[in-house]
Design a protein around this ligand. Sequence first.
Ligand code: NDP
Length: 223
Amino acid sequence: MHTVLVTGANRGIGLEFVRQYAEEGWKIHACCRDPKNAEALAAIKGDITIHRLDVTDDKQIAHLVKELKGDAIDIVINNAGVGGGDDSTDPEEWLKVFQINSIAPVRVAEALLPNLEMGSGKIVASLTSRMGSIADNGSGGSYAYRSSKAALNAAMKSLAIDWHRRGIIVVVAHPGWVKTDMGGPSALISPQRSVSGLRQKLSALKLADSGGFFNYDGSVLPW
Ligand code: NDP
């Protein structure tokens, strides 16, 4: 049996990850900020443990590690994220976006290293965005969001290099433009399609792919 841990699992892409892995019989650690108000998540049938986790809260991360009791985890999916609020450059807002989108995924991965080392999958996948690609930026704006995802990409590249000797695969993945609260109703693809593409890519990853930036359809994206 395989085990996956998903952050931001109460709605959007995170919730769909839980749905699809549950359908395949995986053991799931579903993390969300407010488990009491996670009805859609609680309604999914399967081997699912729900954990309280605001990814920016180091105390909650430490508590999660305790709750996991040294359980093996095959895949950690850093999915939780926020949009950057248009083109604002308000420093406080910007830093908040950085804390959630760039710093927290690294903190979560570091804390779960012992669990990852015990697993057979040995994958850390972080949901980034094409908007974090500097090469792909043709329209400007979105200062906080773009820079937060570019920083996430840079940090995960370092983690990929640092954890290579441990056999842990670290990748960043763009889910496509997905119909969720963040993606909005005009988005091009459903969470089902995005997550099924991402899962297919994750299941085929080799250590040589570590440090990669992938699209949900498996193609490689430019930094
Ligand atoms: P949603 O806005 O639908 O969901 C975001 C999720 O992140 C929610 O579960 C939310 O929890 C959680 N979250 C936000 N802040 C925190 C926090 N501090 N601690 C824990 N959980 C938190 O977004 P999507 O599902 O669309 O996006 C998922 C990921 O995919 C994000 O990283 C996003 O940047 C990325 N992405 C999405 C795209 C899209 O088109 N949808 C495109 C490119 C990238 P809560 O309900 O408590 O707020």
